[in-house]
Design a protein around this ligand. Structure first.
Ligand code: HEM
Length: 142
């Protein structure tokens, strides 16, 4: 999940900031790059979630009990909702035309806000797990 949130998502947001002032073809290509990097981030996050969820289930443990688990759960749903908003925001894919024209600026604004919120919340989620005994053990090895 860290590779998805801290690696690919950070890189994907950098590419989004870089296309702010682009127009035409270069903007479309930059958005495509942003989209693919964010798809990689979502795949990593989904796989990480699946691994931790299955591991807990196999060991008969409860889900989402710690603060890290609760905030991480919200963070994971945000990481699913954000790319959906991005897919709607990318005019080349045509999905946005299914929605009323006056909504378009709002959809794009929502995608930008959700993107930043998801990434910033991920930084908090990572901090919340640092006192966990499994992380402390790794610290002792090093
Ligand atoms: C977790 C996944 C994603 C995150 C965190 C994310 C984040 C962001 C952020 C922060 C911006 C705003 C950059 C700025 O301030 O100008 C942005 C813009 C944009 N993103 Fe994403 N994005 C994600 C996935 C996607 C996907 C899958 C697509 C599909 C191609 C996409 C398409 C776009 C488009 C078209 C814009 C420009 C919107 C506008 O014109 O205002 N995004 N994204």
């Amino acid at each position: 999940m860290s590779a998805g949130f801290l690696g690919f998502m950070t890189e994907g947001i950098s590419t989004a900031l870089a296309f702010r002032h682009l127009e035409g073809g270069p903007r479309v290509r930059a958005i495509q790059r942003h989209g693919w990097v964010q798809v990689a981030s979502t795949v990593c996050i989904a796989l990480g979630f699946l691994v931790i969820y299955t591991n807990k289930a196999n060991n008969g443990k409860q889900h989402f009990t710690s603060l890290h688990g609760k905030v991480g759960n919200i963070n994971t749903w945000l990481a699913v909702a954000t790319p959906v908003g991005g897919i709607f925001s990318f005019r080349k894919l045509g999905l946005i035309t299914c929605l009323p024209e006056p909504w378009h600026p709002f959809i794009k604004w929502l995608h930008r806000c959700l993107g930043l919120l998801t990434w910033m919340l991920a930084l908090v989620t990572v901090q919340l797990v640092l006192p966990h005994k499994a992380i402390m053990q790794v610290g002792r090895i090093w």
